[in-house]
Design a protein around this ligand. Sequence first.
Ligand code: 5AD
Ligand code: FES
Length: 350
Amino acid sequence: MDYRDVLEQLKKGNPLSREAWETLIVERESVDTASLYAAADAVRRKSYGDAVYVRGLIEFTNYCGRNCYYCGIRAGNERLSRYRLTEEEILAACETGYGLGIRTFVLQGGEDAYFTDDRICALVGEIKRRYPEAAVTLSLGEKPRASYERYFAAGAERYLLRHETADPKHYGKLHPAAQTLSNRKRCLYDLKEIGYQVGAGFMVGSPGQTARTLAEDMIFLQKLEPHMVGIGPFIPHADTPFKDDPAGTLEDTLFFLALLRLALPHALLPATTALATIHPRGREMGLSAGANVVMPNLSPVSVRDKYRLYDGKVCTGEEAAECISCLARRVETIGYRIVSDRGDWKGDDI
Ligand code: 5AD
Ligand code: FES
């Protein structure tokens, strides 16, 4: 199989086999990236025009009961100073974001037992009462189906849960034995069935990742058909077992963003903070390679630095307003436009 034939199939919108994905991924150094990114950009413009959607991220707790080996807020990290935002602080962050034109709020946190289903539902209900036209996205990790159903009934309509890797052995290298790929997948399928717009995703360059595990990721995403896919480079964190592993690269991350845009033409793909962290223009390059979402931080500046999943994270010192105007400027320099709307998935309209 020639990787050029595989690329042609992908550009035509045909789903690829595992072998075809692997061939393409193995040959990624040979691919003409300028033409790949141009093809991805054309598909993105066909699906969403030049719009860049904004999600206001509220990192409301860095307590976490889990122990993912790559993550800086893992339970085992005793050096981290922990915080929880109060309901008032979370609502204040929404108010600031709303005033800046943001119409999607993402509540993201570690798996924190303090935030019971009752507390989450009350919070979601209050945000929807104040801002009925805004979308509420949750990113709270793995929960029983009944909890996902309750949050949905309370008004949450989107859920982000990266699958991290679709290869069970690789999953086992990234997580303790108590965390399983099968439960992760169960969560994603439950969320979809309940009616959420669902986001999956993985880190590029995570320890133990190979062309084969990446092909598995692409096959899984082709099958799941998530509405959103979050990818960014793995970046080592000094207080984790992977502190000495190398970071994922800019080139590989851009390559996978473009492949995802071609494989899932209507996906909402963020140019992530991790991508901005490994290169000063990483976010802009991500948008030019197929991404169409940015996620500025609305958390109070006093806690920003503590939500440190990886080292060197950018934009931890900026107030939300500065962050958004900085993003708007950056987006304009590359020929796109920040829009103030919910930015729902458009795949059903066509
Ligand atoms: N580098 C890059 N991304 C990370 N994440 C967690 N730790 C790291 C890291 N060290 C990502 C995971 C998780 C998301 C919230 O952040 O993919 O799902
Ligand atoms: Fe946040 Fe630039 S994008 S400060």
